[in-house]
Structure formats: structure tokens, C-alpha cells
Design a protein around this ligand. Structure first.
Ligand SMILES: [Zn+2]
Length: 281
């Protein structure tokens, strides 16, 4: 009798603990499957996220970061995951997320996901790297936007051009562009010309920016800006190399005395994964 009671108690205990264990696992699974993004993600953007996670074999982590000067969104491919950073005061985070997802989409086509600069490690190294990173931002990033903004517009019925139009309107009203330095002024104005072309996709804005340069900056940057825009217009984007070659053409035009060449390195991080290294000739 006692033994029976003991056995029943033991059985009850085992059942209970099994149940508790199961509940704990369910609870954990629920927690894991819950969304933790602090903003609403539209269903078609979610679908794209899932597609990319499958193809990369990596999870996407969205990180909201403090406001800062510079890009409002960024994406990084890491060993374990894909990190997308979005600044906290950015408006329309859903669209910024979509923007970063499209960079990831391009990397799956073989467009390099990382840029390396093979330059001598001398006393000018830090300054040189800062300049080259600026060129990456102002050319490499814009080349990608030129390719995928029309696709976002068509396939997702979103307007990726609204962000820059707003920014440009603000500066045109103030009659000056921010953070211009004497040594790189002309180039900054030319880069802004390129950005206006790519990120407004609107001739009226390009004309407005041109007359702004005529009035306020003695037409500085217009000639170079037009040349860069022509290079983009002429590009066919038929291969992963065509993206890189276009960057080299733009870079060598604005840095004619220090031209570069490139080497694409295939690695096994994800399908079609590649890195590009630039060197001076
Ligand atoms: Zn971008």
C-alpha cells in the first residue's frame, strides 16, 4: 500500500515536472517567436526578411541606435547574423528597413558586401582612410541606390525618394550646404549633385540644385556632378563587376592623379558572397 502510494506520488511528480518543463519550453518558444521590433513592419517587408534569412542562413537583428550624424540606417553581415541599425529618430523605419534589406539583396547577386582598401600604413593612413570611406559613402552607396530605388518603388509601392527631397529642400531654403570644408568643397558639391540625381529621380530637383550652386557657390561642382551622373546613366549593371567597375570609373575621374584598380575575392559567407579590394595603381 505504502509502496503504491509512493509510486503514485512519484508518477504525479514526474507528470507535473514534465508538464512544467513543457510549459517552460512553450513559453520560451513563444517569447522567441514574438516580435521585438519597436516599430510596425509591413507584411511584404516581413516576407522579404524571411526570404533573406533563408538565403543567407543567418538571422536578421534590428538594432535601434542613438541619433548621430551620418546615415540613418546601416547594414552589416556578421558571422552569425545580419545586423540592421536604424537611428531612433528616423521617420518611417519600415521603409528604412526595406532600404537596408535591398542592400542585402544586392549582396546575394554577387555585389561585394565589403570594401577593403589596401593602402600603405604610413602617418597619413588615418586621414586617407577617412577620405576613402567618405568616397565609399558618396559613390558606392549611391550606385547601389541607383540600382534598387526604382525596384523598391515598383515592387513595394514605396517612395524611397521622399527622404532626400526633404533634406534638399531644407538646405536650399537656407542657401547653404552643411559641413563643407575648403579642401573638399567642390567635391562635396559634386557628390551632392550625384545624390540629388539618384535620390530624387526628378529633373526639377536637379535643376533647382544647379541654380542653387550657380547662385551660392559660383557653379562649383556642377561640371563634376554632371560627369558622375553620366557615368551612372551609361552603366548597364549586367554583372557584379559592372557595379565595381562603375565605382572605379567614378573614383578615377575625381582622383585622376591617384587612380585605383580592383580585385574581387569570392568567399563562402553566403551564396555569391564576395568582397572587393581596391589598390592604387
Ligand atoms: Zn543605402
Amino acid at each position: 500500500m505504502r509502496l503504491h502510494l509512493l509510486l503514485i506520488l512519484l508518477l504525479l511528480f514526474l507528470l507535473c515536472s514534465f508538464d512544467i518543463q513543457n510549459q517552460t519550453i512553450d513559453y520560451l518558444l513563444n517569447i522567441e517567436s514574438k516580435e521585438h521590433t519597436p516599430f510596425h513592419i509591413k507584411s511584404n517587408v516581413k516576407e522579404l526578411m524571411l526570404e533573406l534569412e533563408t538565403r543567407y542562413q543567418k538571422k536578421i537583428e534590428i538594432v535601434i541606435v542613438e541619433n548621430k550624424i551620418g546615415p540613418v540606417g546601416q547594414v552589416r553581415v556578421e558571422k552569425e547574423k545580419l545586423i540592421i541599425e536604424i537611428v531612433e529618430n528616423a521617420q518611417d523605419k519600415n521603409e528604412l528597413l526595406l532600404h537596408e534589406l535591398f542592400h542585402l539583396k544586392l549582396f546575394l547577386m554577387g555585389v561585394p558586401y565589403k570594401i577593403g582598401w589596401d593602402i600603405p600604413k604610413n602617418e597619413n593612413w588615418q586621414k586617407n582612410i577617412e577620405y576613402l570611406s567618405w568616397c565609399d559613402d558618396m559613390i558606392w552607396d549611391k550606385i547601389q541606390h541607383y540600382y534598387f530605388y526604382p525596384i523598391i518603388n515598383k515592387q513595394f509601392n514605396e517612395n524611397p525618394y521622399k527622404f532626400f527631397k526633404k533634406e534638399l529642400d531644407y538646405y536650399l531654403k537656407r542657401h547653404e550646404l552643411p559641413n563643407l570644408h575648403e579642401a573638399t568643397k567642390e567635391l562635396s558639391l559634386a557628390f551632392y549633385y550625384l545624390q540629388t540625381f539618384v535620390e530624387t529621380n526628378n529633373n526639377k530637383y536637379l535643376k533647382k540644385y544647379e541654380s542653387f550652386l550657380e547662385k551660392n557657390y559660383n557653379s562649383l561642382g556642377i561640371e563634376e556632378g554632371k560627369y558622375l551622373v553620366d557615368l551612372l546613366k551609361k552603366n548597364d549593371f549586367n554583372s557584379k563587376d559592372s557595379f565595381v567597375l562603375l565605382f572605379v570609373k567614378c573614383f578615377n575621374y575625381i582622383n585622376a592623379s591617384t587612380p585605383i584598380n580592383y580585385q574581387i575575392i569570392i568567399d563562402a559567407e553566403f551564396e555569391n558572397s564576395s568582397i572587393v579590394i581596391f589598390r592604387f595603381n
